[in-house]
Design a protein around this ligand. Structure first.
Ligand code: ATP
Ligand code: MG
Length: 576
């Protein structure tokens, strides 16, 4: 992820440089303060007579230095933020792009909640890490190293205190870091779980209420929340022990410096002003070490988050582009062929949902697909636009293996209306035009007309401009399906796939839709999955699927004659 910094290298360098300016001013202050005490107040080199003008003069210098330090601090903050915010922004965009390219199986594996946490919270943690590195860490390190040097230049004997106390403090810091570090990964995982529960409940709120499961879900949320709070508390409790222990060590050090200083002043080796400065330096040094623990906390969280973002960024899409851009040399347009296709969902072992499936669908043909729920109908058609790849065998579109096409060329040939109509929270017009953003009003209305959607759209006050609520909740199930069908029709693709998309339409509307479709798009290959035999009775051929295998295929009349399964379905649905 370092490569994302390249663009912002200047900010990355300027932030610590300005920080160097701020810290230098901080380190100069105690010395000037010492001068005021020794010369201005005690007048050590002037026979005990203080020098008021030196006090004023040095005081003014101190104010100027503070102001300069402030400016440096502000500039350092500005550059650190420019660097970390832009860095995070670029990663966020790339992570989103990568998520869009992942296959269904990969997004399922990460889980939606986790992907959201990674793109939001985790990136914020990494931004904090970067900001701490270029500012907090630099400041702390410079104060620590600079403080030691300045103190030793006052008098070497002050080094005894540093040598005695520092190892103790460093040991404490290491102890706390070692204890808290692993907790941060756990913390992020718990946040993932909380987000997953939250997301499931908000999107499924209607089911939760319908089943009066609020209490159950509250408990599930409560558990996830308690787990998160528990880990957070563990971290915070551990850190709360740290501050008092560090304070004790700090106070002991101050007393030790004063004691050493008093001895040296008595022996005439140093001055009271230098002892005062040394007290400030030892506080700065030890505070720096203490701050290191906080910084390390941010670093630990940032590193854990960085690892999680990297997992997304490094996740190569399992469905990759081919090289063929779809311009077939032959005039075949809309042919689909399954050649001995078998398919098992990734991660589900060898359990095949499609087995040895052979079928050719000719251009312009209407193929109905029937079969019991869970027999593999959706899984089969999902192989055509490569939502998944066949485990064995080949799927061909226009006589080319689907894996040879670039994804955009392949998917450009196919319009799918999915089993669950995905409706976006925008106007009906935009929802339909999703299939072809360049479509004008006439084309949109025409597609809506074919999809039998125009009648309900025109009844709405704002017509096509009616805004749809998130998830399409302001439309009925059948209306959503019709908008999704219109979207697919508008795409005017070679192959049109309806995955049980007319289930919520009444038989009359459904029949009108298919008649219009046949009349207006005779050359388009239509694959229609349906539960009702009436939906596909007039198709050129009907494929009957049983347990992932092609059980029978033919026209309604042929199947009535030759297929027992088909007759059984017919009898169960249509026979009075
Ligand atoms: N993403 C998935 N991961 C693992 N298994 C899956 C996945 N989607 C579906 N399955 C399984 O594959 C089998 C076939 O599912 P599919 O959705 O193709 O059935 P279907 O014939 O379309 O059913 P329906 O008529 O109910 O829509 C089912 O047993 C289902 O549990
Ligand atoms: Mg299905």
């Amino acid at each position: 992820m370092i490569k994302y910094l390249r663009k912002y290298w200047l900010f990355f360098i300027l932030a610590p440089l300005f920080m160097l300016g701020e810290v230098s001013m901080d380190l100069l202050q105690p010395r000037l303060m010492g001068t005021i005490v020794d010369e201005g107040v005690l007048g050590l080199s002037n026979g005990g007579v203080g020098d008021m003008s030196l006090v004023i003069h040095t005081g003014l210098r101190m104010i100027c230095l503070v102001l300069f330090g402030c400016c440096c601090g502000i500039m350092s903050g500005v550059f650190a933020n420019l660097c970390s915010q832009n860095y995070g922004n670029d990663i966020r965009k790339d992570a989103f792009r990568r998520i869009m390219a992942l296959s269904f199986e990969q997004t399922d594996r990460f889980s939606t909640g986790s992907l959201i946490t990674r793109v939001t919270n985790d990136i914020t943690q990494v931004q904090n890490l970067l900001s701490q590195c270029v500012r907090g860490f630099v400041r702390t390190f410079l104060l620590f190293a600079g403080g030691i040097v300045c103190m030793l230049t006052l008098h070497l004997s002050f080094g005894i205190v540093v040598v005695c106390v520092l190892p103790l403090i460093v040991l404490c810091v290491i102890f706390f870091i070692a204890k808290t570090n692993p907790m941060f990964t756990v913390l992020q995982d718990r946040l993932d779980r909380l987000n997953n529960v939250m997301q499931e409940n908000v999107s499924g709120i209607r089911v939760v209420k319908a089943y009066v499961k609020e209490d159950y879900e509250k408990e599930r949320f409560g558990r996830a929340n308690d787990d998160l709070v528990g880990t957070q508390l563990d971290v915070l409790l551990l850190l709360s022990y740290m501050t008092p222990i560090m304070n004790i060590l700090l106070n002991v050090s101050v007393v030790a410096v004063i004691k050493v200083g008093a001895i040296q002043v008595g022996a005439g080796h140093t001055t009271p002003g230098d002892v005062m400065a040394a007290v400030t330096y030892i506080s700065q040094i030890l505070n720096a070490v203490m701050r290191m623990t906080m910084i390390f906390q941010t670093v630990s969280r940032g590193v854990a988050s960085g690892r999680r973002i990297k997992e997304v960024l490094d996740c190569d899409p399992s469905i990759t582009d081919g090289t063929f851009d779809g311009e077939t040399e032959t005039s075949v347009k809309g042919k689909v062929e399954f050649r001995d296709v078998s398919f098992a969902y990734p991660g589900m072992g060898t359990e095949k949902v499609i087995e040895h499936f052979d079928l050719t669908i000719q251009p312009g043909e209407t193929l109905g697909i029937l079969g019991a729920t869970g027999c593999g109908k959706s899984s089969l058609v999902n192989l055509i636009p490569r939502f998944y790849d066949a485990t064995d065998g080949q799927v061909l579109v226009d006589d080319r293996d689907v894996r040879e096409y670039t994804l955009s060329a392949l998917r450009g040939k196919i319009a799918v209306a999915l089993q669950k109509s995905e409706i976006f929270s925008t106007s009906i017009r935009e929802n339909i035009a999703w299939g072809d953003t360049s479509a004008d009003d006439g084309q949109i209305r025409h597609a809506a007309g074919t999809a039998q959607a125009l009648e309900f759209i025109d009844r709405k006050e704002e017509g096509l401009d009616t805004q749809v609520a998130q998830g399409g909740h302001s439309l009925s199930g059948g209306q959503k399906q019709r908008v999704a069908i219109a979207r697919a029709i508008l795409k005017n693709a070679e192959i049109l796939i309806f995955d049980d998309t007319t289930s919520a339409l009444d038989l009359k509307t459904e029949a009108e839709l298919y008649q219009k479709l046949q009349k207006e798009y005779p050359d388009t290959t239509k694959i229609i999955i349906a539960q009702r035999i009436a939906s596909v009775k007039d198709a050129d051929r009907i494929a009957v699927i049983e347990n992932g295998r092609l059980a029978a295929c033919g026209s309604h009349a042929q199947l009535m004659e030759s297929s027992g399964i088909y007759r059984d379905i017919y009898d169960s649905q249509l026979k009075k």
